[in-house]
Design a protein around this ligand. Structure first.
Ligand SMILES: Cc1cc2nc3c(=O)[nH]c(=O)nc-3n(C[C@H](O)[C@H](O)[C@H](O)COP(=O)(O)OP(=O)(O)OC[C@H]3O[C@@H](n4cnc5c(N)ncnc54)[C@H](O)[C@@H]3O)c2cc1C
Length: 412
C-alpha cells in the first residue's frame, strides 16, 4: 500500500481538472465516475490510508452544485444508515427528505389496492425520498474534504488496461493514471466495463420514464402509489404537503410526444392520464425523461478491476432499488479492500474480488430478476397478463408473508 502523504488538492487545481505531475499519477485505487455510487465508495475508504483518485467527465462546478434531474431516490433504511455512517445523511437538509408512510399498488381501473405499510411497532417509515442531486451534493462535500482522495474532473476515461500487476487508465486530456485497482462506477452503459473486456446483458426496453413534480389539490398522506394501467405505469411519490413527483412510464415515442407539449397542454394530458386522482394540478418542476435500459454485467471483476453501482447492475427504476443496491455494492467492496489491507494483502487481491462478486450476485439477482418479471407482466396488455396481474395482487394481499417480506425488504 502506498502511504506517502498526499496533500489535499486546492480548489483551483481541482477546478481545472487537477492537472497531474510526476508521481502524482500513481494511485492505489482509481474510481471512474463521481456519481452517487463512485462518490460513496471514495467516502467509504476515508478511514484507510489508500491514495484514491475519482475521475469524472463532468466539471467540478456541476459536481459541487448538481442540477435537479427529476429523480427522487427512495432510500431504504439500510441505505440511510450507510449514508449516515459516511457523514452524508446529516448534510442533506431536512426539507429535502420526504418520508414514505405506505405504498399502494393499483391495477387498471380496479378499486383493489395492494397495501404495503411499515410494521405498526417499527416507528420507521417504509423509506425516505431524497432528490438524487441532493445525495450527490452531500457525498461530494464529504469526498472533497478527504485528504487522500483526489477529484479529477472535466475529463473522461478513454482507455483502460489491466493485468494482475495493476491497471492503467488514460484520460481524454492524455493523462495516464496507474493504479493497483480500477473501479468502474461510470453508469449502466459503462465505457470502462467495455474497455476492461467485461460483457453485459443490456436491454433497451423501448419505454421511457417521464418525470416531473406537481402541486396538487388532494392530500397524498405520504402514501406512494404505483399504478399499472393499459400501456402506461404511473408512480406518484409523496414529497412536501401538496407536492408529488409523477413518474410516467410510456412507450418512448409517447414520452417524447408529451415532452414536446407546452406546459398547459402537458398538464391537461397529465390530468387525463391521472384520471383526476390528485385533483387540480400545476407543474412544480421541469420535465425530465429517461430511456429505460437495464443491465447485468457478466462479471463484476477482472484482474485489478471491479464494477460497482449501475456499471455492475442497472436496475429498472420501477422497484426503486438501483441506488440502494449500488450503495450496498460499494460498501461490500470497500470492506473487502480494507480487510485485505489489514491482512497485508493487495487492494486488488483476486480472492477478495471473487468473494465480492459472489456476494453481490447472490444478494442482487433475486430482486433484479423479480423486477424484470414484474416489468414484463405489467408492460403486456393481453388477457393472460391482465389476469395474472389481477390474481397476483390478490394473492400478495392475502398472503401476509409476501407483503411483509416486501415491506421488510423496503425497510431493511
Ligand atoms: C428515473 C429514475 C428513478 C430512479 N429512482 C430510484 C430510486 O427511487 N431508488 C433507487 O435506489 N434508485 C433509483 N434509480 C437508480 C439510481 O438513479 C442509479 O442506480 C444511480 O444513479 C447509480 O449511480 P452510479 O453512481 O452507479 O451511476 P450514475 O449515477 O450513472 O453516475 C455515473 C457517473 O460516471 C460518470 N462517467 C460516465 N462515463 C465516464 C467516463 N468515461 N469517464 C469519467 N466519468 C464518467 C458520469 O458523468 C456520472 O457522473 C432511479 C433511476 C432512474 C433513471
Amino acid at each position: 500500500m502506498s502511504v506517502g502523504s498526499v496533500p489535499p488538492l486546492h480548489e483551483d487545481s481541482r477546478r481545472d481538472g487537477g492537472t497531474l505531475m510526476g508521481s502524482d499519477d500513481n494511485f492505489d485505487i482509481v474510481v471512474v465516475g463521481a456519481g452517487p455510487v463512485g462518490l460513496s465508495f471514495a467516502a467509504s475508504l476515508a478511514q484507510s490510508e489508500l491514495k484514491v483518485a475519482v475521475v469524472e467527465q463532468n466539471t467540478f462546478d456541476s459536481l459541487a452544485n448538481p442540477a435537479f434531474d427529476g429523480r427522487e431516490i427512495a432510500l431504504t433504511n439500510a441505505s440511510i444508515r450507510t449514508l449516515r455512517e459516511l457523514g452524508a445523511w446529516d448534510v442533506i437538509p431536512a426539507s429535502d427528505k420526504s418520508a414514505i408512510q405506505g405504498a399502494r399498488v393499483l391495477n387498471g381501473s380496479s378499486a383493489f389496492a395492494l397495501r404495503f405499510d411499515p410494521p405498526s411497532n417499527s416507528g420507521e417509515p417504509l423509506g425516505v425520498l431524497v432528490p438524487n442531486c441532493r445525495i450527490r451534493e452531500a457525498l461530494f462535500k464529504i469526498v472533497r474534504l478527504q485528504d487522500r482522495a483526489r477529484l479529477l474532473c472535466g475529463h473522461s476515461v478513454v482507455d483502460a488496461t489491466n493485468s494482475q500487476e495493476g491497471a492503467v487508465v488514460t484520460l481524454s486530456n492524455g493523462a495516464r493514471l496507474t493504479a493497483r485497482l480500477v473501479v468502474a462506477a461510470d453508469s449502466r452503459l459503462s465505457a470502462t466495463r467495455d474497455l476492461l473486456g467485461i460483457g453485459a446483458d443490456i436491454n433497451r426496453l423501448g419505454h421511457s420514464m417521464l418525470i416531473c413534480r406537481v402541486r396538487h389539490e388532494r392530500a397524498h398522506h405520504q402514501i406512494a402509489i404505483e399504478w399499472f394501467d393499459h400501456h402506461q405505469t404511473i408512480a406518484i411519490l409523496p414529497l412536501a404537503e401538496g407536492v408529488s413527483s409523477l413518474l410516467l412510464t410510456l412507450r418512448s415515442n409517447e414520452a417524447y410526444r408529451l415532452l414536446a407539449f407546452d406546459d398547459d397542454l402537458f398538464l391537461s394530458e397529465l390530468t387525463k392520464l391521472c384520471r383526476g386522482r390528485l385533483g387540480k394540478m400545476t407543474l412544480a418542476s421541469k420535465r425530465h425523461t429517461y430511456p429505460l435500459v437495464t443491465t447485468w454485467a457478466h462479471k463484476f471483476r477482472a484482474p485489478s478491476a471491479a464494477l460497482i453501482g449501475d456499471a455492475a447492475i442497472g436496475m429498472h427504476p420501477v422497484t426503486a432499488h438501483g441506488f440502494n443496491i449500488g450503495l450496498s455494492s460499494q460498501k461490500q467492496l470497500a470492506r473487502g479492500i480494507m480487510t485485505a489491507c489489514r491482512d497485508g494483502r493487495n487492494v486488488g487481491d483476486p480472492d477478495m474480488l471473487h468473494i465480492y462478486e459472489r456476494r453481490l450476485r447472490l444478494s442482487a439477482a433475486p430482486l433484479y430478476h423479480a423486477t424484470n418479471i414484474l416489468v414484463g407482466l405489467y408492460s403486456r396488455d393481453h388477457l393472460a397478463a391482465r389476469l395474472a396481474r389481477h390474481l397476483g395482487l390478490r394473492f400478495a394481499q392475502h398472503v401476509p408473508l409476501v407483503r411483509h417480506g416486501i415491506s421488510a425488504e423496503l425497510q431493511r
